[in-house]
Design a protein around this ligand. Structure first.
Ligand SMILES: [Zn+2]
Length: 424
């Protein structure tokens, strides 16, 4: 999305204030010739924002949501925008709206959260308000018991009363927390009742499968399979099954043959998803999984082909938004293949090329995978690994300056503990 297009949408939604995208002073949808010396608080035209959610362009609707999420309308003003976005006829739009609830909810002030709680007393079925509060409690529940309990209450309400909604299938309603096994069990019981009552409702089956995804793998797999049989042309079910097998293949302690078998299953699902998907950008995104799954399956030719294909497409302007992920994973797979061939120089070259990624949301939050780097480090290739780490430090920084510590340790000739970054 260009700044011009974002501005086009945003200016129309501003009563008065500076545009968060271009900084211009806007009064009633128009850029003013003179900005006041003292710039007051930005004021939004919520009716205009609601109307803008009717535009057929999903990117424009995304701008409206992103303004509601991070550029300042008060929560009581933003709420109708989220509510309407959650009812978007396009499921992809509803997913974007659900993610925005987490981001905005996480930024809620205590008085805004109180206002939402009071509002829910009057309007318990307001899913947008529930989602915002779930977003607020999501991260806080690790530290505060009251937030953990509040989160369980809202999640169970959503599971019980809106099992077909995007929110019910979202990680916001995931109750897998070892401290509260009874909350998970309660949710499980409700989901099983829903599945029994609506055995052909794929929205319910899919959400239940998401709930069981990590803790009850077999249950989850069975539900996705049923949904897939009901909607054989829908690529989403193949993607979810592919993801399930991909994660399972990465579990510790698996024999090589078991990992290969799971890799083959993941690959078969991703290939079906790819074949059934029409949107070019979704097909492009699937190549990351196809290359990794092919590598896990031990199908080296396919792994190479899919990795090369994603790197070639990543260079095209049409895919620039998500190219960062493809550049990272495509090169990592090619690096592993080179290493298997005994081509250490090739592996180093691809590792460094992977580090040159412009970054991507998941890479910037979880950080780069360190498996290939560790393998090379153990072969004494410190210089290449240092270059890789320095490149990655441009897009990944944590509060504990983890990557700087790793750089220091490698400089000292040590092999750092890369922790969870070895999981991929
Ligand atoms: Zn602007």
């Amino acid at each position: 999305m260009s700044t011009e297009r974002a501005c086009e949408v945003t200016h129309l939604c501003l009563l008065e204030g500076d545009c968060p995208w271009c900084g211009a002073w806007v009064v009633r949808g128009r850029v003013a010739d003179d900005a006041p010396g003292e710039r007051g608080e930005r004021r939004w035209d919520i009716q205009a924002a609601l109307a803008a959610l009717d535009t057929p362009d999903p990117a424009a609707r995304g701008v409206v949501l992103s303004n509601a999420e991070e550029h300042g309308p008060r929560i009581e003003e933003a709420l109708p925008v989220f509510r309407k976005a959650l009812a978007d006829p396009d499921p992809a739009g509803r997913m974007v709206a659900t993610s925005a609830l987490l981001l905005r909810g996480d930024k809620l002030f205590a008085d805004e959260a109180e206002w939402l709680e009071a509002h829910l007393q009057r309007c318990p079925a307001d899913l947008a308000a529930r989602g915002l509060l779930l977003g607020r409690y999501f991260l806080r529940s690790d530290d505060f018991e009251a937030d953990a309990l509040a989160r369980q209450g809202h999640a169970l309400w959503v599971i019980a009363n809106a099992p077909g909604s995007e929110l019910a299938g979202d990680p916001l309603c995931d109750l897998r927390d070892p401290r509260y096994p009874e909350a998970y069990a309660r949710g499980k019981e409700i989901w099983q009742r829903h599945v029994e009552a609506s055995p052909t409702n794929t929205a319910v089956l899919g959400n239940a499968a998401n709930y069981f995804f990590a803790p009850d793998r077999a249950l989850s797999e069975g539900l996705y399979r049923t949904a897939q049989e009901l909607e054989p042309e829908e690529p989403y079910w193949c993607q979810r099954l592919g993801h399930l097998y991909e994660l399972e293949a990465g579990a510790r302690g698996l024999s090589e043959e078991a990992a290969h078998e799971l890799g083959r299953r993941a690959l078969a699902e991703y290939e079906q998803a790819h074949a059934r998907t029409k949107k070019a950008e979704v097909r492009f995104g699937l190549l990351v999984h196809l290359a990794k799954a092919a590598f896990t399956a031990g199908d080296r030719d396919k792994a190479r082909r899919y990795a090369r294909e994603q790197l070639a497409l990543a260079a095209l302007p049409a895919f620039s938004d998500t190219a960062g992920l493809a550049i990272f994973h495509g090169n990592t797979v090619l690096g592993w293949l080179a290493l298997q061939d005994g081509d250490v120089e090739g592996a180093k070259r691809h590792l460094i090329e992977a580090g040159k990624t412009p970054g991507y949301a998941t890479l910037c939050s979880f950080g780069p995978g360190m498996m290939l780097a560790k393998e090379l480090l153990e072969r004494g290739e410190r210089v290449a690994v240092l270059e890789y780490l320095r490149l990655c430090s441009a897009f990944w920084q944590t509060d504990d300056q983890r990557i700087d510590l790793w750089i220091y340790q490698v400089e000292q000739g040590e092999v750092p503990d890369f922790g969870t970054n070895l999981a991929y």
